[in-house]
Design a protein around this ligand. Structure first.
Ligand code: ZN
Length: 299
């Protein structure tokens, strides 16, 4: 399990870097493009074209981002179901094929729920959320231009406003300019927030689905981080045991962990062994039946 959690932290960090780099690439292209124009003859029309150009670039970025996030969701869900598969196979190896069938099915159920948007009450898909975010970016770009035009701001300064907005790590020296208030928004942040939250919810959904019909699990314990960045909600949830079907999804950018309370593993192994050897156990019957998985018992 700890392997899975280490992987999750790594995924988060690399995703953050990857998203920032993608925005940085667009910003660099814009800056390069701008450098070819004489700042004194920069026209409003040229700025309008720049906005169109950026719109095209962000469309492409969003398409790629969608793929990246989907890939990371898949990796996370598979990582979790794989860790469960390994645990139960180690507890009862004689039915390893049935375990595999079951967790492959669970894995597919979870991925379906996530891709279809069914993980959320509003059923909004990941791609719609990412395109919504892209729309906001384009809106901000156009707002920066329109405000600049109507206030008769120098075109050089408007170009700078745009540059500050599109650059994920704009330099503090730009504070010297009278920049547009929206330019100070971190362009890569909301995309990262969305991606991170979606992946975290995918992990939580996988945890819940793995526990759903598992007769050894009745509760799931919420474990919060212990550093100073933990919010009040999560701090109050830390250590709290939820009924397995009542675990809430974490808030955006949540970092909390869910631990399924599986109880004494020796006892679990014994119960599984007895069942495979013919002792009746409706809980276990129902678990495998829920996923339509056959078990070849020893007797
Ligand atoms: Zn929190």
């Amino acid at each position: 399990m700890s392997n899975f959690f280490n992987q999750r932290v790594k995924t988060e960090k690399s995703l953050k870097r990857e998203i920032k780099a993608a925005y940085k690439r667009v910003a660099n292209k814009y800056i390069k493009r701008l450098a070819t124009v004489n700042p004194d003859t920069l026209t409003y029309e040229y700025l309008r074209q720049s906005a169109k150009y950026l719109e095209k670039e962000y469309k492409q970025l969003t398409r790629e981002l969608n793929k990246t996030v989907e890939k990371n969701i898949k990796k996370t869900v598979e990582g979790y179901t794989q860790s469960q598969l390994e645990l139960y196979t180690s507890l009862c190896p004689v039915i390893s094929k049935s375990w595999e069938d079951m967790f492959v099915r669970i894995n597919n159920i979870v991925l379906n729920q996530i891709v279809s948007g069914n993980m959320y009450k509003d059923k909004i898909k990941l791609s719609s959320r990412l395109w919504g975010n892209n729309k906001e970016t384009i809106k901000t770009i156009n707002l920066i231009l329109t405000d600049g035009f109507t206030s008769k701001k120098n075109s050089k300064d408007i170009a700078k406003d745009l540059e500050v907005f599109v650059n994920p790590d704009y330099l503090k020296e730009y504070e010297l300019f009278t920049i547009h208030p929206k330019s100070k928004n971190k362009i890569d942040f909301s995309a990262y927030r969305l991606a991170n939250t979606y992946i975290n919810h995918a992990y939580q959904t996988a945890t819940k689905e793995c526990a759903k019909h598992n007769p050894f699990v009745e509760t799931i314990t919420w474990v919060s981080g212990t550093d100073g960045r933990v919010c009040d909600i999560c701090a109050s949830r830390d250590g709290q045991q939820f009924k397995k079907n009542e675990v809430p999804l974490d808030h955006p950018l949540g970092r909390c962990t869910l631990i399924t309370d599986v109880g004494d593993l020796d006892q679990v192994a014994k119960e599984l062994k007895d069942w495979v050897n013919g002792k009746p156990n409706t809980g276990l019957d129902d678990w495998f039946k829920a996923y339509d998985v056959n078990v070849n018992k020893v007797v």
